[in-house]
Design a binder for this molecule. Sequence first.
Ligand code: SF4
Length: 239
Amino acid sequence: MAQATGTSAWLPGVPTPRLELYRRSGYMMPDTVQATRGCKRVCDFCTVPVVWPQYYRRPVGDVIKDIKAIRGRAFVFNDVSLVDDPAYARGLFTAMLPLRKKWGGLATLDIVQRPDLLDLMARSGCVYLSFGFESTNQPTLQFIHKGFNRPQDYSSVMREMHSRGISVQGCFVFGFDHDDQSVFRATVEQVLDMKVDIPRYSIYTPYPGTESATRGLADGKGVIGARQEQGGVTTTSRE
Ligand code: SF4
């Protein structure tokens, strides 16, 4: 099983994408930028640390060049963990200030422990963030190696975002080993209470190479089952 090493590397010299070749129709947000690749965390269901064992950062100047090439005012960072290196993120957001763009992206909830970085993020044009809350149950979060999410802080995280004009997509997962049928109502009630702008629910899926898949093989629960297309999302059930 591959694991994130937690180390960082630079990724210089990536050319600016030729956005004029892009078929723009059919995408909610066709203008995208990538500053980093990978993640320093190792959540047990996530394919990111399997695919990119290192955390890669592109030089800030290269990223700014890509952002300047976007004609519109808004874009999305594709990075799964844009703020994993706070010093890098600070440099990037500071360099973005004069560009006066609006942007969205993904981050981890512990960003609220750095209010100065969150302020800078908002000033650099951040209006939307997607967070993997995953579960409202702390033992489950510990089990999947996402104990840095603290359910008791979820509501205050939402207030911190909304007070800075940042809308939140909140991602939640059903089907963890500790879940029972009560998880559905309990999760939705907390989501409503937290005032998540765009809730998103998915099914715990043991992708090959992840710890959840390795455990599934070991305990006989299986890894790959029926693949189903549901509203554009492919889910894989255990056999
Ligand atoms: S779920 Fe998010 S925080 Fe966890 S390893 Fe994947 S990208 Fe990183």
